[in-house]
Design a binder for this molecule. Structure first.
Ligand code: AP5
Ligand code: MG
Length: 191
């Protein structure tokens, strides 16, 4: 079983590469950002609350995330070849909660893939996507805040998995195919 975390700053290509990983390794894709945006689109109570955090570039509260994700992880790790977690865990408390849940489910996280992309490139990608995405967080002010939040809250998650020997830094600059080749090599070395 492969249970992969794909991590990295906003716009590093988590969603893009997850689609390719899902196809090659037959994993289930769980993106907390996508789950939250579905709630926003439905105008559910949770979606409306989440939007107030997301549009400012802040993380939504851990409890809200864990409530929607823990059931999904339990479901998707049953009878599957594994999962790819995109956008979660996003701080050390979430990483600890994930590891506790995996232990309870008798599963294991295989690897955290840390996508590394220059800030300038991240901003270029996100502003370009913002022309058509309709995402409330794809504007320069919110992008800058997202990058700050990433550095202060999410980057420490890397050390958490480095200490467990479950960490691979991947150069996220270049073409989508080049990057996917690097990711595949890192995953294959863990199989
Ligand atoms: P989330 O949806 O996770 O967004 P993010 O981390 O900001 O990342 P993005 O989805 O913007 O980028 P990506 O890395 O997926 O890149 P993509 O492949 O799209 O989270 C959004 C918000 O939800 C958070 O800010 C937070 O508020 C909340 N949230 C989510 N999870 C949470 C959690 N666990 N706890 C608390 N709050 C949470 O690529 C970006 C663009 O670049 C695309 O247009 C793509 O086509 C293009 N592109 C991709 N690869 C390349 C390449 N190699 N070259 C050129 N262009 C490329
Ligand atoms: Mg994404």
């Amino acid at each position: 079983m492969l249970n992969i975390i794909i991590c990295g700053a906003p716009g590093c290509g988590k969603g893009t590469q997850s689609d390719l990983i899902v196809e090659k390794y037959s994993l289930k894709h769980l993106s907390t950002g996508d789950l939250l945006r579905e709630e926003i689109a439905k105008r559910s109570e949770l979606g409306i609350e989440a939007e107030s955090f997301i549009s400012k570039g802040n993380l939504v509260p851990d409890k809200m995330i864990f409530d929607i994700l823990s059931k999904a992880i339990e479901e998707q790790t049953k009878n599957s070849k594994g999962i790819i977690l995109d956008g979660f865990p996003r701080n050390v408390a979430q990483a600890e909660a994930l590891e506790n849940l995996m232990t309870q489910l008798n599963k294991e996280t295989t690897l955290l893939i840390d996508m590394q992309v220059d800030d300038e490139e991240l901003i270029t990608r996100l502003l370009k996507r913002g022309e058509t995405s309709g995402r409330c967080d794809d504007n320069l002010e919110t992008i800058k805040k997202r990058l700050e939040v990433y550095e202060s809250k999410t980057a420490p998650v890397s050390d958490f998995y480095k200490n467990k020997n479950k960490y691979a830094a991947i150069n996220g600059m270049g073409t989508i195919d080049e990057i996917f080749g690097r990711i595949s090599a890192a995953i294959d070395s863990k199989r």
